[in-house]
Ligand binder design. Structure first.
Ligand SMILES: [Ca+2]
Ligand SMILES: [Ca+2]
Length: 367
């Protein structure tokens, strides 16, 4: 039976009778049929689904896609097959590359009417986290110096920060968090480098910044050579030596912990040139020394003794005729304070007599 083309969708009953040549009419036979020329209608609860980190993986079956979007096909006519009435084309989806892909659903009814493709969007919004690696996980920073001025300098301090992305994402920023660092206090601090990609995902690398003081103190002195002579005040304390030489110790790092003087070699009883050592130590244990010279030029007044205080001459004897003779006659010895550190003229002797004044300027140098 051919269904008339103009017959609209719906249910019908056809009645058939047969009439013979004698005009006898049969009992009618009836049959019901449905006209359905209309495709089903597809609806969905979602028209776009975005895959993000932590989402279920992309479906691998038709039912999985149907469930993901809540796809339903309804048909006002003969209906959609209970199974297999909806097909899906997800061949466009590439889960290894970020992007927006089209997934198409098609439904047909039992009469074979097929819908046009019903498109939804599948957004691949995550492939893998970005990565960041530091050139060195530990960096050192000298206490008291100026911290890096910007993120680029911090990266350089840690030997650079290498970033990586996946799925076509790009790096949008690398931020350095150095807020934990106190550059004025020695210690170890975390510095966090955070990379963010164009998909909005972030990864971090944490480096350790060691703030330390490896720099020696600096010792200055306004004098490096001083001489002690008769009448000078002897220096006996660290403060006295420091003041005498105008010495000072500074440290740009942990600061001066101690500033001491070693003048133990100085012997005021013995003329000579001595070394005085200043030693400065910072709070990190770095030490610096500076030597200055101290000359003891007066170790006591010279002394003179006469072995023969009284010399008797017989009338007519010749008087001594030379310095040596006079000295010998009176058995004269003269000494100054000891000065063993160098060979020098140890004593100058001028002889005077009450009766025989010798010419001025005649001297003896006893070696
Ligand atoms: Ca239909
Ligand atoms: Ca220092």
């Amino acid at each position: 039976m051919t269904i008339p083309a103009g017959l609209s969708d719906g249910g019908y009953t056809v009645s058939v009778t047969a009439t013979d040549v004698a005009g006898n009419v049969s009992t009618p036979k009836t049959a019901a049929f449905t006209v359905d020329r209309t495709a089903p209608v597809i609806t969905s609860t979602h028209t776009s689904v975005t895959y993000i980190k932590g989402s279920p993986a992309a479906p691998t079956t038709t039912q999985g896609w149907i469930d993901l979007y809540g796809v339903t096909a309804t048909d006002s006519g003969v209906g959609v097959p209970a199974t297999g009435g909806i097909t899906v084309d997800a061949s466009d989806v590439d889960t290894t590359t970020a992007g927006t892909y089209t997934v198409g659903f098609t439904a047909f009814d039992l009469a074979g009417n097929e819908t046009t493709k019903y498109d939804v969007s599948y957004v691949v919004g995550f492939v893998a986290d970005p990565t960041i690696t530091l050139g060195s996980n530990t960096a050192f920073f000298e206490l008291g110096t100026t911290p890096p001025a910007d993120d680029a300098a911090w990266k350089t301090l840690f030997g650079g920060a290498t970033t990586g992305t996946s799925g076509g994402a790009t790096v949008t920023s690398v931020i350095v968090d150095h807020s934990a660092v106190d550059s004025a206090v020695a210690g170890s601090y975390d510095v966090v480098f955070a990379v963010t990609d164009s998909l909005g995902y972030t990864a971090t690398a944490t480096g350790t910044l060691v703030v330390r003081d490896t720099t020696k103190p600096v010792i200055s002195a306004t004098e490096t050579e001083l001489t002690y002579t008769d009448g000078d005040t002897k220096i006996t304390t660290d403060a006295g030596w420091i003041a005498a030489y105008g010495a000072a110790a500074t440290d740009s790092g942990s600061g001066i912990a101690s500033f001491n003087v070693d003048a133990s070699s100085v012997d005021y009883a013995t003329a000579g040139r001595y070394v005085v050592t200043f030693t400065a130590r910072d709070h990190a244990g770095n030490t610096e020394t500076k030597n200055v010279n101290y000359t003891v030029a007066f170790a006591g007044a010279p002394s003179i003794t006469l072995g023969n205080p009284v010399v008797t001459y017989e009338m007519g004897d010749d008087k001594p005729s030379s310095q040596a003779d006079w000295i010998a006659a009176f058995d004269v010895t003269a000494e100054t304070a000891p000065a063993p550190r160098r060979s020098r003229c140890r004593s100058i002797v001028r002889l005077w007599t009450s009766q025989h004044r010798l010419p001025r300027g005649m001297t003896w140098c006893l070696l």
